[in-house]
Design a protein around this ligand. Structure first.
Ligand code: SAH
Ligand code: SF4
Length: 346
């Protein structure tokens, strides 16, 4: 999948006139052509040359879990036989927005993940490879085709660490937000990161007003070190310095993601520290009771404990949501479905 500039360069290389670029972008992103052959207003020689270099459909749908009106998870096969997953969450007012006509898609950015957070299925088997911009964008196109719905809210919260795949992420964001591309408003796109400080600073420089979510999961270094190895490289204080830079460039609130894990990070004192941290950068907090992962020992706290944690934040004036979970029964935590497939359980 190509950006406007890449396509223009390619057409110049082929000695084709520039207006072909507009025709091709229209076929790919508006008419959603399934193959280069469909582009009947292009010369055949050009179609053949393009088909040799750029597969239009780099992903193959393998499996859907869930049903219409509920969270649906699509398992997609890449051309090298690997798998990624993408999750469609219908009407989700509690997630990153207020309106209830949202169709939120949660996309993957890598196969596996190198960051090895101790609670996460995506990191269990380590990192395999980055997804190309085309493979990222194709998740959206396929999810729209499979569901018949227009994706109007996008979160980079599937498998992988998007900021570790920075170049492809930026290319994908260009295709997704441009008028000639998928035309999804930047304000409806959230990039989630475990806290890669240099890349957060770089992302803050992008002109688009995308949103940022931080997988915090621990409000201090002692707690965070236990579950997120990335914290040794970029400790909490450094992370928050970068978030202040982000705030100086963007005018949307940062979201702090906080999984509640029993006996690890769900204490009342930790809630107090989290409240102070959130206040210091005017962030909102998204609390997520831990979703059990096969092979990992962590468990979620009781509902009462989760509510108590939230009330500490609310009393401190922090806007916090306790996510009523969708998709728990379909292995919705990132990476779980792919792991099952690769281990032969599906
Ligand atoms: N690597 C990025 C993007 C992936 S987001 C990041 O970590 O932010 C995936 C989100 O799901 C993260 O907030 C992650 O912490 C969360 N997550 C991972 N395992 C989970 C589990 N078992 N239950 C609930 N949430 C989980
Ligand atoms: Fe990677 Fe994010 Fe999972 Fe951590 S939480 S292992 S960074 S996908």
């Amino acid at each position: 999948m190509l950006t406007k500039t890449q396509l223009a360069d390619l057409l110049a290389e082929f000695g084709e006139p520039a207006y072909r670029g507009t025709q091709i972008l229209d076929w790919i992103y508006k008419k959603r052509a399934q193959s280069w052959d469909e582009m009947t207003n292009l010369p055949e020689s050009l179609r053949v040359a393009l088909a040799e270099r750029y597969p239009l459909r780099p992903l193959k749908h393998t499996l859907t879990k869930g049903s219409k009106d509920t969270t649906r998870k699509f398992l997609l096969e890449l051309s090298d036989g690997r798998y990624v997953e993408t999750v469609l969450i219908p009407a989700s007012p509690a997630l990153y927005g207020e309106s209830s006509d949202r169709h939120t898609l949660c996309v993957s950015s890598q196969v596996g993940c190198a960051y090895g957070c101790k609670f996460c299925a995506s990191g269990l088997d380590g990192f395999t490879r980055n997804l190309s911009a085309g493979e990222i964008v194709s998740q959206i196109i396929l999810a729209e085709e499979l569901s018949g719905e227009k994706v109007n809210n996008l979160v980079f919260m599937g498998m992988g660490e998007p900021l570790a795949n920075f170049k492809n992420l930026c290319e994908a964001l260009e295709i997704i937000t441009s008028d000639w591309g998928l035309k999804i408003g930047a304000r409806r796109i959230t990039v989630s990161t475990s806290g890669l400080v240099p890349q957060i600073r770089k992302l803050a420089e992008l002109p688009q007003q995308i949103r940022l979510a931080i997988s915090l999961h621990g409000p201090d270094d002692v707690t965070r070190d236990k579950i997120m190895p990335v914290n040794r490289k970029f400790p909490v204080a450094e992370l928050f310095d970068a978030l202040r830079v982000w705030n100086s460039k963007k005018n949307q609130k940062i979201t702090l993601e906080y999984i509640l894990i029993d006996g690890i990070n769900a204490g009342v004192e930790q809630a107090g520290v989290l409240a102070r941290r959130a206040a210091s950068i005017k962030a909102k907090v998204n609390l997520i009771p831990y979703n059990t992962v096969d092979g990992l020992e962590w468990v979620r706290p009781s509902d009462a404990n989760c509510k108590r944690f939230k009330s500490v934040l609310s009393k401190a004036g922090i806007s916090a949501t306790l996510r009523l979970e969708k998709g728990h029964d379909i292995d919705a935590a990132c990476g779980q479905l792919r792991l099952k497939k690769e281990k032969g359980a599906l």
